[in-house]
Design a protein. Structure first.
Length: 152
């Protein structure tokens, strides 16, 4: 298959019916990284895929590999810098910014060394004071103690 130089984006999507049309949703990340602009017109090519189950399995395996690689890199960098263990402990209190929302709808914040803290019942962009309730090697969980005023 020949790939043109002006290829902007490649992603998997499902074709869905809406009213009298069929729609392919462009993932938000494609717009966020700037390769695709809202309101612009693009030429779209559709390629056949394996069964949905195979595609889902492949996508899940890719995500797992990426997660493992990221965790190994973070662990190696932490060891190289002389840090050991998580930068937070149970009962610690922190004010954090919710950077994104995870697959299960929980807020995701980062503290020192990029360490991830999952905070349920929060929204992206929200600033909250949390208490750390559970700490694992690669992730911690926190509960909202106080919601800060939205800031600019």
């Amino acid at each position: 298959m020949e790939i043109p130089d002006d290829l902007r984006s490649v992603f998997s999507a499902e074709v869905t019916e809406q009213h009298d049309s069929f729609v392919i949703e462009v993932p938000e990340r494609e717009v966020a990284i700037g390769d695709v602009q809202d309101g612009e017109v693009y030429r779209v090519a559709l390629l056949a895929t394996e069964t949905t189950a195979s595609a889902d399995t492949e996508q899940r395996q890719t995500k797992e590999r990426q997660t493992q690689q990221r965790e190994q890199t973070q662990k190696r960098e932490t060891q190289e810098r002389g840090f050991s263990g998580p930068p937070v402990g149970e009962g610690d209190t922190r004010t954090v910014d919710i950077e994104s929302i995870g697959e299960q709808g929980d807020g995701i914040a980062r503290v020192e060394r990029g360490y991830v803290v999952i905070v349920p019942e929060t929204e992206k962009g929200e600033r909250v004071t949390i208490e750390i309730t559970d700490v694992k090697e690669n992730v911690a969980f926190g509960e909202v103690v106080e919601r800060e005023e939205y800031y600019e």
